[in-house]
Design a protein around this ligand. Structure first.
Ligand SMILES: Nc1nc2c(c(=O)[nH]1)N[C@H]1C(S)=C(S)[C@@H](COP(=O)(O)O)O[C@H]1N2
Ligand SMILES: [Mo]
Length: 253
């Protein structure tokens, strides 16, 4: 078979609804007109492009020498809930990560249990929408490992992370779809820069979903809920900032 792809073939394919990437147009992402026309036009397209050009594409990982000497904290750094404060005072020995919703076997994991699974360590760049970035090393359990343990039901579509903190009484939460949930770099981190995850950065565990912006990286996670729709959670937009701050649910970088 002749593998030469002509412009006409691509146009014909697009007209038929066949993605150009499937026609072998693998330089799509590097064409300036593609970036201007498609990537700048919003969340939905950036979501489609990530899903199309590689649902398994990895976020860049860095060398230890590139780690930021100071990784600042942002947002809440010390949840005030009595329950969280008690857990923290006990070194999270009695904390449990509740995993439920549309799963076959709901479970509660101790921190020691989470640490007993094969861990993933990655050095990545965190990008906050407020305009700062930092490179840090994260160690934790792949979300995939957790979901494999509890087994998703067929209707499962989103994974919601409920946090211990709030802003003016509104709990912080975040959510991701199953493509991101099963992505190899999506982990619940209990370690940072070679040490235990400090409270300011989200102890005992925080989400790292490396192809998205800072506000998706939920800290102080207490409960993981598998749902078919985000409409019943918070104000229905899939996250605290999505509900109150008009941030995009899909914060692809
Ligand atoms: N539970 C919770 N998670 C959160 C936040 C928060 O206030 N509460 N802030 C978010 C924002 S905007 C950013 S940039 C990062 C900051 O992570 P860091 O404190 O480890 O730098 O956490 C995100 N996750
Ligand atoms: Mo942020």
């Amino acid at each position: 078979m002749n593998h030469r792809i002509t412009r006409r073939m691509i146009l014909r394919g697009l007209a038929l609804g066949v993605p150009a990437v499937l026609l072998g147009c693998d330089r799509l992402g590097s064409s300036p007109s593609f970036r201007q026309v498609v990537l700048s036009s919003g969340e939905w397209l950036s979501y489609r492009v990530h899903r199309l050009i590689g649902s398994d594409a990895l976020a860049r990982e860095y060398d230890p020498s590139e780690m930021s000497p100071n990784f600042r904290t942002n947002g809440n750094t010390s949840p005030r809930s009595a329950k969280y404060r008690l857990h923290a005072s006990e070194g999270f020995a009695n904390w449990r990560l509740q995993v439920g919703g549309l799963v076959k076997t709901p479970r509660a994991f101790t921190l020691a249990q989470l640490r007993s699974y094969p861990a993933r360590t990655q050095i990545t760049r965190h990008d906050c929408v407020e305009g700062w970035s930092a490179i840090g090393q994260w160690t934790g359990i792949p979300v995939k490992t957790l979901l494999d343990e509890v087994q998703l039901q067929d209707e499962a579509r989103y994974i919601v992370f409920h946090c211990a903190d709030d802003f003016n009484g509104r709990p912080y939460y975040e959510s991701i779809d199953l493509v991101d949930a099963f992505h190899p770099q999506t982990i619940l981190a209990y370690g940072m820069n070679g040490a235990e995850l400090p409270m300011g950065h989200g102890a005992p565990v925080r989400l790292r979903v490396e192809r998205q912006l800072g506000y998706k990286q939920a800290k102080f996670i207490m409960r993981v809920e598998v749902v078919a729709s985000l409409s019943g959670i918070g104000q229905g937009k899939g996250g605290y900032w999505e509900d109150v701050g008009f941030y995009d649910w899909y914060a692809g970088i």
